[in-house]
Design a protein around this ligand. Structure first.
Ligand code: GLY
Length: 383
């Protein structure tokens, strides 16, 4: 039995994790007049959310027309209004200049043709570029390319600015944020969640949402039926400083890497995909591999210097889809496992989860539920 004397705080909703998902959720819930507390084992927005390239490419990383692609599409559509809502708390740069994918083989061109047709059938502005058009669309691309797929809807958000604005938005909406806390213990009775215990103090909450990303299993005291099949997949990135501020026009994928122009003369290049546990170090192979691929993809960057290298841990699930909604423990919810799509999916995750909490109707989240078959029957984590 939990002693109620020991309670230090009471919230309507406790969010565990202050990454892009946790802070977006907290902001959305606070806007519904709920009392929200957020706890993070590190610094807010310092993990994968800060490490990300900030790409908003709903049809580049998910090719099948399925529920995940629809979620990505819907979240992408929310971005302009989401950023407008956040602008009053801090500047957030949104660049919707499209995304270009480059092919060097006939097989890749054929795949792009199929995807271009499917995107056009869905009413999305996408078309093939052949060798001669490429130089006009993107002068930096190497001349050995055969062609490309240009999707005009797409782009990137300055994710670190997004983090600052979300932090300020939470503060302005009375969200209590606790950083560098010990691993939270989920406190529950036989029926439902009661709160979390952190460093000996019990924080009561009607609803507890685990948004801890790759660290989702760091929450302790969770019934085995609520175990979360999430594991870290490391992504290393580098940043190149270029001489010319008008360099790459848009997010561009080539030679196994993506390049995100940051608008200040810097281009972020990503990313590796490695199963190395919770190791967030950069390696010589990772850094040099990205640099080499970037210089092959964009030869005029040959002179540019690599001035920063960093890494983040994507929260991967066995089927590559996020886990959203209820668990067998009443009041204990999940919003994690966003893998490659955390920045893109933040607005829709916050909106759908907040709606479900307020209405107690989780039906819209069914494809992403913890009990879905593909989460437990896939043989290994998607990498
Ligand atoms: N979405 C980009 C990445 O995960 O590297």
């Amino acid at each position: 039995m939990v002693s109620f004397d020991a309670m230090d705080t009471h919230s309507d909703v406790i969010v565990l994790g202050a990454g892009v998902i946790g802070l977006s959720l907290a902001f959305e819930l606070a806007q519904q007049n709920l009392r929200v507390s957020v706890f993070d084992i590190g610094l807010a927005f310092s993990g994968a959310s800060s490490a990300a390239g900030g790409m908003l490419v709903p049809w580049t990383e998910v090719h099948e027309p399925n529920a995940l692609q629809q979620l990505c599409t819907d979240s992408f559509a929310m971005y302009p209004s989401y950023v407008s809502r956040l602008q009053r708390y801090g500047n957030v740069t949104l660049r919707l200049s499209g995304v270009l994918e480059i092919a060097h083989t006939a097989e890749r061109m054929a795949e792009f043709e199929r995807r271009a047709t499917a995107l056009q059938d869905a009413g999305i502005d996408a078309h093939m570029l052949h060798m001669n058009d490429l130089a006009d669309e993107e002068p930096l691309v190497a001349h050995d390319a055969l062609g490309g797929l240009l999707t005009r809807a797409g782009g990137c958000v300055a994710n670190r600015e997004l983090g600052h604005a979300l932090h300020a938005a939470c503060a302005a909406n009375d969200v209590a944020l606790y950083e560098h806390v010990a691993s939270p213990e989920i406190v529950h009775d036989d029926e439902r969640v009661i709160g979390v215990r952190i460093g000996g103090a019990l924080h009561a909450g009607t609803t507890v949402i685990n948004a801890m990303g790759a660290w989702a299993n760091n929450a302790i005291g969770v019934p085995t039926s609520c175990a979360i099949p999430v594991s870290p997949v490391r992504g290393q990135l580098i940043s190149l400083r270029t001489c010319d501020e008008t360099n790459l026009r848009r997010v561009t994928w080539s030679q196994g890497i993506y390049a995100v122009p940051r608008g200040d003369g810097n281009i972020d290049i990503g990313a590796t995909s490695e199963n190395v546990g919770f190791d967030v170090r950069n390696t010589k192979e990772g850094t040099l591999g990205l640099l080499d691929a970037a210089r092959r993809a964009f030869p005029t960057l040959h002179e540019s210097s690599c001035f920063r290298a960093w890494a983040g841990l994507r929260p991967a699930t066995p089927d590559g889809w996020p886990i959203l909604g209820k668990t067998p423990l009443d009041g204990y919810l999940l919003a994690t496992g966003h893998y490659r799509h955390g920045i893109l999916l933040a607005p829709i995750t916050a909106s759908l989860m907040a709606k479900a909490v307020v209405t107690n109707d989780y039906s819209e989240l069914t494809p992403f539920a913890l009990e879905r078959q593909s989460l437990h029957h896939a043989s290994e984590v998607v990498c």
